[in-house]
Design a protein around this ligand. Structure first.
Ligand code: PRX
Length: 655
């Protein structure tokens, strides 16, 4: 990589005004953390967070890897994001600029957001929700969604937001696993000019059974869509919240109190409920917003992620609000009414910090190249000062386009590497510090001890690829997998590293000269399609759950120009191998089945049918061969251990 390094140095004028200003400042922070790790995090926790009861201990390692941070301190996340800003005179400042799918704009001040949050919080209390209860939120991007999360935090209930694109079955599994007492949803969501049901899917999920813990379903009225309200169980949010007082004393919780559970995919089994804390999580959400996005009082910040993903938690609901920032919440999609929507919104709202995913950029490049009217050059994007990328590797070509056409060649791009489990940025440039190299997430955030090691935990020399680990616990780390501490230990603190290092699940390589990190992709059976994380096993289980048709299925990923990776499924049916139109019809049926089981994001792009799957004599599916077939590569690997080599040609046949 070194030879072809193209380096973009930060502009001195930018450096001069930055929250972390210059490489020497970055190095000083890293040194401070190295010399006194607890002192460093303790100092920041005092500076960024308001504590109702101050903590006396920073890190408790006595039950490692179940680390505790600031454990005897008490705080409230919603107090920190709302009341505190009103108290410092920001009551009339715009907290959220909401733009609906159809373009209507609503501005909400800090005082208004606080009042709304308190009303929902009082409403939740009035139906019996209390500290420690779980509340599932299944709602689209909205002020109500953010306020509902804040309201849960306010009363000490643990929220678990389920992305609105997940199916009834996935929603049911999550409700069941959390044991939620209430579900907050809306009649529908509006995306791309269409109303898509939400409440109806909640009804379906609850009807599947196993959700007996749910006592109430609160329904926000988004667009007067027809819904069936079940007497005694379902109530309109307006009826519960609108007449409530606009003040609500925050529930002061211990720093380790679970703020939220968020489900994500691993290489085995069902999605796992990643449990985050209140104190450590909020600290890192606020700190990374301040340093990585250099957030200032007059910035207009826009993170395009959905609140159903961790990015929406840290960089919509918590980080920017904890700093008293102004942010955009966008209901719609980047391509409606046309693919210039993002650029028009940046122009209209004078967005200064813009954070999105490579998939979105790649699809907008295609559209812009085909039509000048939706090209960024047709809009005034001069308000932008920082661009961000998240969720998957950004290829250098997309990086260059983003830099040149969206950022006008002047905005630093922060390529932020992190995960649902890490709570906030782990490896990322800081815009007033780091010389940028397209395609590299550069250096660890100050204090974060990421490293590239071999299978037993020895450091790899720079220039040699290996396994990405974190050598020290950090405040916003996953605390456990909800209800399954053993799985937490096995997944993240495996014995290979003597239970001492956090295993990220990604491979990485450090540049020979600069030590910059480049993520080389997952080292487990996790796929990343359009920045959405999915386990191959989940999709395989969904396919074989079509019991009348499917005997066996194997799923692999294939590189894709737009979505990063695409899902390819190899399927053995319980009937003779279909060809032609029949094969196409069955493939469609299976795709729809996966959509119903998991959600449309998991639908395989390509399905191949075979009489069998390539297996070793001991019966193990040879996935590396399937990956080659999926890519359309000639098989060069050794196939001598294969039970049935003839199967490869069959599986290579496209529908
Ligand atoms: O493989 C890495 C990839 O996304 C995974 C985490 O996915 P998730 O938990 O859904 O969180 C996404 C939003 C933080 C990682 O294990 N990933 C995330 N960011 C990057 C990335 N890969 C390369 N570069 C990134 N900047």
């Amino acid at each position: 990589m070194s030879e072809e390094l193209k380096i973009y140095n930060p502009d001195p004028a930018f450096v001069a005004q930055a929250n972390v200003s210059g490489m020497a400042a970055y190095e000083a922070l890293c040194k401070e953390a190295e010399e006194d790790y607890e002192g460093y995090w303790g100092r920041l926790a005092k500076e960024l967070i308001s504590w109702q009861t101050p903590f006396t201990q920073v890190l408790d390692e006595s039950e490692a890897p179940f680390f505790k941070w600031f454990a005897d301190g008490k705080l409230n996340a919603s107090y920190n994001c709302l009341d505190r800003n009103v108290e410092r005179g920001l009551g009339d400042k715009t907290a959220i600029i909401f733009e609906a799918d159809g373009g209507e704009v609503t501005k909400v001040t800090y005082s208004e957001l606080l009042a709304k949050t308190c009303q929902i919080a009082n409403g939740l209390k009035s139906i019996g929700v209390k500290k420690g209860d779980r509340v599932v939120i299944y709602i689209a991007m909205s002020v109500d969604g953010v306020a509902a999360m804040q309201a849960c935090a306010r009363i000490g209930a643990t929220h678990s937001v389920v992305f609105g694109g997940f199916s009834a079955q996935s929603l049911r599994d999550r409700i069941n696993d959390t044991g939620a007492v209430a579900v907050i949803t809306a009649d529908c969501q509006v995306r791309g000019g269409k109303k898509l049901p939400l409440k109806g899917i909640v009804d379906e999920a609850l009807a599947l059974g196993g959700c007996e813990s749910v006592q109430k379903v609160l329904v926000v009225n988004r667009a007067n869509a027809a819904v069936t309200m079940q007497e005694g169980r379902d109530v309109w949010m307006a009826d519960v919240a609108d007449s409530q007082p606009t003040t609500c004393e925050p529930e002061w919780v211990e720093a380790e109190h679970p703020l939220f559970l968020l489900y994500t995919s691993g290489s085995t089994g069902k999605p796992k409920g990643v449990q985050h804390s209140t104190g450590g999580y909020l600290l890192h959400a606020a700190l990374t917003t301040k340093w990585t996005f250099d957030l200032k009082d007059n910035d207009v910040f826009w993170c395009t992620a959905d609140i159903g993903w961790v990015t929406g938690h840290s960089y919509i609901t918590y980080g920017p609000l904890a700093l008293g920032g102004t942010e955009i919440v966008f209901e719609g999609v980047p391509t409606y009414p046309d693919a210039g929507r993002f650029w028009k919104m940046i122009q209209d709202h004078k967005v200064s910090v813009f954070y999105t995913a490579p998939t979105a950029i790649r699809s907008l490049i295609k559209a812009a190249e085909a039509n000048d009217a939706v090209h960024p050059k047709s809009y005034d994007l001069s308000s932008l000062r920082i661009l961000g990328s998240v969720g998957e590797p950004i290829n250098p070509a997309a990086w260059e386009w983003y830099h040149q056409h969206v950022g006008g060649g002047r905005c630093p791009i922060v390529d932020t590497f992190w995960q649902t489990e890490t709570g906030g940025h782990m490896i990322t440039p800081l815009p007033g510090v780091t010389p940028l190299v397209p395609g590299s997430c550069t250096l660890p955030f100050p204090g974060i001890q990421f490293a590239v090691v071999d299978e037993v935990g020895n450091d790899m020399p720079w220039g040699k690829g290996g396994i990405l680990v974190c050598k020290k616990p950090w405040p916003s780390m996953i605390r456990t997998i909800w209800g399954d501490p053993e799985r937490f230990k096995k997944s993240y603190y495996p014995e290979d590293f003597k239970g001492k290092y956090y295993l990220a699940g990604d491979g990485a390589i450090r540049d020979e000269k600069t030590g910059y990190f480049t993520i080389t992709g997952r080292i487990d059976d996790v796929l990343n399609v359009s920045g959405h994380r999915m386990g191959t096993m989940e999709i395989e289980s969904a396919l074989v759950s079509c019991t009348e048709l499917v005997a066996e299925a194997a799923v692999v990923g294939r590189p894709d120009d737009t979505t990063g990776e695409a899902v390819v499924a190899f399927v053995v049916l319980k009937r003779p191998r279909p060809t032609g139109d029949e094969a196409k019809a069955i493939a469609k049926l299976l795709r729809d089945h996966v959509g119903k089981e998991i959600g449309p994001i998991a639908k395989p792009k390509d399905i191949r049918f075979g009489d069998n799957l390539p297996k070793t004599r001991s019966g193990k599916i040879m996935r590396r061969l399937l990956r080659s077939i999926a890519k359309g590569e000639a098989i060069t690997q050794d196939t001598s251990t294969l039970e049935n080599p003839a199967i490869l040609d069959q599986l290579a046949e496209n529908l």
